[in-house]
Design a protein around this ligand. Structure first.
Ligand code: TEU
Length: 547
């Protein structure tokens, strides 16, 4: 499937989507149960987060067997049924390949720590004394990026949790093992792959201390990453599938290479720079109000450079690692509905393939947990401890988690106002915010003015107006601090999109000339214009065209 520019991809966080077997965890049969809902929404591809065998230290991103399904999520028969049922509804499945690291419970790692030299070379082991890690690198989940094994007298590298050992991609046997995994799932009828933190797989020849940072500059977009990706794609024959790479801390130059068709690497990239505009001094755990001008600058930078060089962006706000965007950049109180719709249009009308994260289509919000006992995420729990050690009070640390924790996006999908939000009939693995009584799919599916209905319209618009998928982009009012505005155009077709990012009313001068404009899609019903100006109400989004 090469065409993906007019597709919309929906991300399912397996643990929190729908529990069909009454254990408080989402599962494969639960996804099958909800395929009609997804078909009605209008999405094309379903990205399923990992459901392979895992000790669940990082919710499945710590895989102990790439070929088997963790019983928590069901059986291979359940998966085969899901593939069939999805296919019947014109829905394709995208699996999540975690190839930078395995769980330390993976057979390969167990053999490595038993001293088997062949399998030790599957990972990154370094000699050293127990008090001095090979480098001063910091794990992305806090603490040192190395763990010492006394029985071996060696350290192993883990860029994430210590139960997630980094694989040695310089070893051709490792690359062959992972190609085999891709071939196995491709054989099952999968139509796409997401590659987790795939731009971290190529480690430097020399491991050295980072005197200027946490070490990421040495392994991010590493020396052989493009070579490894080309080899993986070529040898598994997936260049015609829909593939997306999660590119942690990457840059535009590399993302052009990762996603230009001529390179035969991936279809598109996730990058996260636009989701760090509320990080004080770039630190996720230091709160700052969002810098909307920086947001505009970053989105414009990436859109224009990728356009000029024939790259392709995944465009998104939310995923299982991010807080809910309506709470983060919108208003989850007074202007909840308007801001949820505006944020949706802001992303969906850009140049790129849009991703909808489960619950985003109904405007789900951050849960606002008040106790540390409500948190489950290994990264959040690590940083809670670190923040307390650094002197933050319990309430100060909890305030940071309420804004930044990955658990904000991991609460169960809110299907209805029934107990446990219709997600399960058992206490779920993580709490559900009380607003499920009013913010839920059942309440919105039949409401033509709902956030859900607006997402349906956005998806339909992408199918009906080729200028959105295929058109070029040019940004307008670039210095305006409150409005994101751009022009999509190709051939004779043009749509202007205006998004008021604030609760202020904004007046924009429309180009003179006797053009009349009509609303293609908006969140306030009718267009408000006057004396050659466009008036944008709080969080108003308006896609318009001249006629
Ligand atoms: O995420 C990579 C990553 O760095 C994220 O953890 C996120 O960018 C960070 O938490 C923001 O502070 C991928 C998966 O999406 C994530 O769920 C996994 O925990 C991680 O890789 C390790 O596999």
């Amino acid at each position: 499937m090469t065409e993906f520019k007019d597709k919309v991809i929906y991300q399912i966080y397996m643990k929190s989507f729908r529990d069909s077997d009454h254990d408080g965890f989402g599962d494969l049969k639960g996804v099958t149960e909800k395929l009609d809902y997804l078909q009605e929404l209008g999405v094309d591809i379903l990205w399923l987060t990992p459901f392979f065998s895992s000790p669940q230290n990082d919710n499945g991103y710590d895989i102990s067997d790439y070929y088997s399904i963790d019983p928590l999520f069901g059986t291979m028969q359940d998966l085969e049924e899901l593939i069939r049922e999805a296919e019947q509804r014109g829905l394709s499945l995208m699996f999540d390949m975690v190839f930078n690291h395995t769980s330390t419970e993976h057979e390969w790692f167990r053999k490595a720590v038993s001293g088997d030299p062949e399998y030790m070379d599957y990972y990154i082991f370094k000699d050293g004394d127990p008090d001095t890690p090979p480098t001063n690198w910091i794990s992305k989940f806090g603490g040192p990026a190395w763990e010492y094994l006394p029985n071996l007298g060696k350290w192993y590298l883990h860029l994430f949790d210590k139960t997630q050992a980094d694989l040695n991609w310089n070893n051709p046997k490792v690359r062959e093992e992972l190609k085999q995994v891709v071939r196995f799932w491709k054989e099952k009828g999968i139509k796409g792959f997401r590659f987790d933190v795939v731009n971290l797989i190529s480690k430097p020849e020399v491991f050295q201390d980072d005197m200027k940072g946490d070490g990421r500059r040495f392994y991010t977009d590493g020396p052989h990453v493009h070579e490894f990706l080309k080899e993986l794609v070529r040898d598994t024959k997936i260049e015609d599938m829909v593939t997306v790479g999660e590119m942690s801390s990457t840059d535009i130059k590399n993302c052009i290479r990762y996603s230009r068709p001529e390179e035969k690497e991936l279809s598109m990239c996730f990058n996260f720079h636009h989701l760090k505009i509320d990080y004080k001094s770039g630190d996720k755990w230091e709160l700052m109000d969002p810098d909307r001008l920086e947001l505009k600058r970053l989105l414009e930078d990436w859109q224009l450079n990728m356009q000029e060089q024939n790259g392709w962006n995944a465009v998104f706000w939310c995923n299982h690692d991010q807080p809910r965007i309506v709470s983060r950049l919108g208003d989850d109180k007074r202007y909840w509905k308007e801001s949820a719709k505006m944020l949706a249009a802001c992303i969906h009308l850009l140049r790129g393939t849009p991703y909808i994260y489960q619950g985003e289509e109904i405007g789900m919000t951050n849960p606002g947990f008040m106790e540390i006992g409500q948190y489950r995420d290994v990264e959040s729990l690590n940083y809670y401890r670190i923040m307390r050690e650094q002197g933050k009070t319990e309430q100060e640390a909890l305030e940071v988690l309420r804004a930044r924790s990955r658990d904000n996006g991991r609460t169960p999908m809110q299907w209805s106002s029934d107990k446990f939000a219709g997600f399960s009939d058992k206490e779920p693995w993580i709490s559900i915010p009380d607003n499920y009584q009013t913010i839920n799919a059942k309440a919105q599916r039949r409401d033509p003015d709902s956030v859900y209905a607006f997402y349906q319209k956005l998806i339909r618009l992408r199918k009906e107006r080729s200028v959105i998928a295929d058109g070029q982009i040019e940004f307008l009012f670039r210095e305006h601090p409150d409005v994101m505005a751009y022009r999509r155009f190709h051939d004779q077709e043009e749509i202007l999109a205006f998004h008021n990012l604030t609760k202020k009313e904004v007046v924009l001068p429309l180009e003179s000339g006797a053009k009349e404009y009509r609303l293609v899609l908006g969140n306030y019903g009718e267009l408000l214009t006057g004396q050659g100006a466009l008036i944008l109400r709080p969080y108003e989004t308006a896609a318009i065209e001249a006629y």
